[in-house]
Design a protein around this ligand. Structure first.
Ligand code: ZN
Length: 257
């Protein structure tokens, strides 16, 4: 058994036995881990509110070798991201960010850059106006795909290498843009406007903060978001359900009323 101290973000929790909680954390140093918090569901638990969804905490846990479930001994809130907890729409966007880490990263594989990215998107979602949530999430999704090795090619046709500068196609299975000559080589190609392609290129290049300041929800941001979400689904496995995305797509059109 070894003891670990690390920063962690709560991705998911569930109740077990009388008053304990199993928490899935994304940690800075140890990657994605599951730990049992004994007594974590008691009203006066020693963990306080540090085990609420998407809270960033400083934790200490005991790791049992060859086991998937470790034991949490200490957890202290560093950042609650209260704006997310107070707004169901923000919670829906944050849930997609969390599910991407869960689905794309193997257990216990550290990725400090992705940890920093998740912390920064939670902070942006917590503070942003609703009209900014879509572009914030798109920027995070694209950066995450590159960090785990699934980033799409956005500059040159993935089949013939020609530079793509106008309206084009996006091959969900080919892994990036396709020119007019090659579009038929990928049966799952979606058309993409030059504006949406430029937005995706900016989302890759610029910080999430810069994207939030530059763009708001509109026809182009929706087109870019729909393509990215389709691409994310295709990377996980064809036709796989992504519960957080399904939920977000059901509620997002009511979020600006
Ligand atoms: Zn081509």
């Amino acid at each position: 058994m070894s003891i670990h101290r690390t920063h962690a973000i709560v991705l998911r929790t569930r109740k077990v036995r009388e008053s304990s909680k199993i928490v899935v954390f994304f940690t800075n140093k140890c990657g994605k881990i599951s730990a049992i918090a004994k007594g974590g569901f008691k009203p006066k638990s020693k963990f306080g509110s540090s085990l609420e969804l998407f809270t960033r905490s400083s934790i200490i846990f005991y790791k049992k070798e060859n086991r998937d479930l470790h034991t949490l001994s200490h957890s202290e809130t560093l950042e609650a991201y209260q704006g997310i907890k107070d707004d169901v729409f923000k919670l829906a966007y944050a849930s997609v960010a969390g599910e991407m880490v869960e689905r794309l990263l193997p257990a216990e594989e550290p990725n400090e850059a992705l940890f920093g990215l998740l912390a920064s998107v939670l902070s942006e979602i917590s503070l942003a106006e609703r009209s900014k949530l879509e572009v914030i999430l798109s920027s995070y999704e694209l950066k995450t795909l590159y960090l785990v090795g699934y980033g799409p090619e956005l500059a040159e046709c993935v089949r013939c290498g020609k530079k793509v500068e106008e309206d084009a196609w996006f091959g969900l299975l080919s892994g990036g843009v396709l020119c007019a000559d090659c579009r038929n080589k990928d049966l799952n190609a979606l058309s993409i406007s030059k504006e949406a392609l430029d937005l995706l290129r900016d989302c890759r290049r610029e910080s999430i903060k810069k994207i939030r300041k530059t763009y708001s929800s509109d026809r182009v941001s929706r087109e870019a978001a729909d393509i990215l979400n389709a691409f994310f689904r295709a990377q996980i496995s064809e036709g796989a359900k992504v519960r957080s995305l399904d939920f977000l797509e059901r509620i997002r059109d009511t979020s600006f009323g």
